[in-house]
Design a binder for this molecule. Sequence first.
Ligand code: SAH
Length: 218
Amino acid sequence: MQFVDSFRHKGLRLRLVEVLKTQGFYNKRLLEAFSNVPRHIFMDSSFLKFAYKDSAFPIGSGQTISQPSTVASQTTLLMIEDNIKVLEIGTGSGYQSAILGEMGVELYTIERQGKLFKKSQKVLTALGYNRIKCFLGDGNKGLPDYAPFDRVLVTAGCRDVPESLLLQLKIGGYMVLPVGSPKQVMTRIKRVGEHDFEKEEYGDCAFVPMLNGISDIK
Ligand code: SAH
């Protein structure tokens, strides 16, 4: 797979980083990740000129690439540390995955739509993110074979908190997810004991819905 990342793209990324700073995102590693990941490569070419605006855009199969400020906010809430194991539900374009990859985590990411799974896997490999492992599957179930995880990030709106994901968290670990229907509230849950969890809420948000099963597998 061939791609072009020009000085113009890099310049546009630096402007996006400035926008994120005005929104209160100051973490150096987070901003470095945003200036390194070529978001335009994760989008359909017809949207290239919008690639570095702070907005969500269609990526096919009825899904969207998350808005940069949403990616920044979910990543901040995750409280990333070096070399932790992270599970992401909803690979989509792979953009949020690449941001996490830049931040030095070992990432496991699941997508339920076959076309998006194939495309994002191809893009992430071409960009050299070899610590990101992509899976086609139903994220509601998580990845029990690879659990426990230090962090779980869900990038689709959940009607309720998926219990099996809670149980794949390490004690002391965090899960960040939008919860509610039809609108959601950004929520962070800490596993404080085998059966004990603490919940914090961070305001209203709107995500595409978390669905069941897999689709588009050919
Ligand atoms: N993080 C993505 C955002 C994608 S939108 C990005 O940066 O581009 C949410 C994604 O969640 C969609 O691709 C959708 O297909 C996926 N999704 C919805 N329900 C899912 C499920 N049960 N398991 C895995 N992925 C799911």
